[in-house]
Design a binder for this molecule. Structure first.
Ligand code: ZN
Length: 188
């Protein structure tokens, strides 16, 4: 019953939030459980996403299923599954450094009242570990914040491809501005 819910009313207040479209949760679940690893596919170049940044160890890209505007994912290039268990402390901290930079860039590019950072995943699907960076815009009522704001059942934003591309570019440019000393490879 919940799955037929369309949009969060608070969306209407924010132009940048756009409209939410119903999300086919069943098809998504099947793809996640039975399809190939979407992050390994992305790294191999066979699953196009709006890439924000990549280096030898990590990829940063916009979530295709954005429930919030600017919803970004950060993942190791290698297929690893356990958020801490599959990393040395050094590797983990290196990834968290990148997450910090992406998060600070996001806060500048997208109106953000609160930035959510979390890692989920499942051994039954979505095994490749990744971190969600989801900016909650100002003005969302309390009941629609936190896990409610991340619920795919409420639909996903219909953001045009060109807007996704320019959003990815803005986040990338802001990362470079915030951290000019880091050796970021050229953006494409
Ligand atoms: Zn993978």
């Amino acid at each position: 019953m919940e799955s037929h819910h369309k949009a969060v009313h608070a969306d209407d207040r924010r132009e940048c939030m756009g409209e939410k479209h119903p999300f086919d949760l069943g098809a998504y679940e099947q793809r996640v459980k039975e399809g190939p690893c979407f992050i390994c596919e992305l790294v191999a170049g066979s699953n196009p996403h709006h890439l924000i940044y990549e280096d030898q160890t990590a990829v940063v890209f916009l979530n295709k299923y954005s429930v919030l505007y600017g919803y970004t994912l950060v993942a190791p290039r290698e297929h690893r599954e356990q958020a801490t268990g599959d990393f040395t402390l050094q590797e983990y901290l290196q990834l968290q450094r990148l997450i910090y930079l992406v998060a600070e860039a996001l806060r500048q590019v997208v109106p953000t009242e609160r930035l959510y950072i979390l890692t989920l995943g499942s051994q039954q699907g979505n095994r490749h570990v990744h971190w969600h960076l989801a900016p909650l815009p100002p003005g969302v009522p309390y009941q629609q914040q936190q896990t409610a704001a991340l619920d795919l059942k409420r639909g996903v934003l219909a953001i045009p491809e060109d807007e996704m591309a320019s959003l990815a570019r803005s986040i990338r440019q802001t990362m470079e501005r915030l951290n000019p000393s880091s050796a970021l490879p050229p953006s494409n």
